[in-house]
Design a protein around this ligand. Structure first.
Ligand SMILES: Nc1ncnc2c1ncn2[C@@H]1O[C@H](COP(=O)(O)OP(=O)(O)O)[C@@H](O)[C@H]1O
Ligand SMILES: [Mg+2]
Length: 218
């Protein structure tokens, strides 16, 4: 059973559960899941999780907080359009959590993930969502950011009349900047490899969006 009442839970990812912050409507709290509640992963990621349980500094929340500070120093105020702010680690009755700005949609409800837009329902056309991926990709390339984990669960979707496509993606999970899968992370260090990898991952996400929404009516 979850340690949180159902009405506090916003979403659950592979590693963490995201819940409302009882002290602030503007924030959410992310808690690392116990080993038995996580999705199964391969040997290498399993080993990383095992190490992270023994070295708290390598846990997802601390890794994401470090990645977010690095990113803010690198990109300045433009980060606020594209990445949900991390506030810091807080001690709570349920354990240590990462406190973040809760991204909300135009109606004020917690923004839904791109995954939910693809697999549940969406008011957007695939070309609008693909254009939002283009904008995010352009920002990564402009600042040379090695963010490669561009899966639909790591973005939430917000209306944005300021964008030509009317919609913007906000990344809610930047830990992969410091928590890559490569043993020797050359694609982080070499600018041309980094750009190519970002472009490949962005293209893969656009293909997913088109494939998924092509088969859904509306
Ligand atoms: N700042 C946020 N604002 C709104 N929703 C969020 C926020 N952070 C996380 N979420 C929700 O929680 C889900 C899982 O978050 P994520 O950080 O990707 O966890 P994991 O580490 O398990 O991948 C996201 O898909 C999203 O729906
Ligand atoms: Mg995630």
């Amino acid at each position: 059973m979850s340690r949180f009442p159902a009405d506090r839970i916003l979403a659950q990812g592979a590693n963490r559960i995201c819940v409302r912050d009882p002290d602030s409507d503007a924030h959410c709290l992310k808690y690392e899941l116990a080993p038995e509640s996580r999705t199964r992963v391969g040997l290498r990621q399993g080993l990383r999780r095992w190490i992270a349980r023994r070295v708290p500094a390598l846990g997802e929340n601390r890794t994401e907080l470090r990645a977010w500070h690095w990113l803010r120093a690198r990109t300045g105020h433009t980060i606020d359009r594209f990445v949900a702010s991390c506030d810091g680690l807080v001690g709570t009755p349920q354990g240590i959590a990462l406190r973040c700005i809760l991204v909300r949609d135009a109606a004020g409800a917690p923004a839904r993930s791109l995954h939910a837009h693809l697999f549940e329902s969406t008011p957007y056309r695939p070309d609008q969502l693909c254009a939002a991926v283009d904008a995010f990709e352009a920002w990564l390339l402009q600042h040379g950011i090695p963010l490669f984990d561009l899966n639909s669960g790591n973005f939430v979707v917000v209306d944005d009349p300021g964008e030509a496509c009317g919609v913007r993606l906000v990344c809610v999970d930047v830990k992969s900047i410091l928590d890559g899968r490569e043993i020797l992370p050359v694609s982080r260090w070499v600018p041309s490899l980094r750009a190519r990898k970002v472009q490949r991952r962005a293209e893969r996400l656009r293909i997913r969006i088109r494939e998924r929404l092509a088969s859904t009516p509306g």
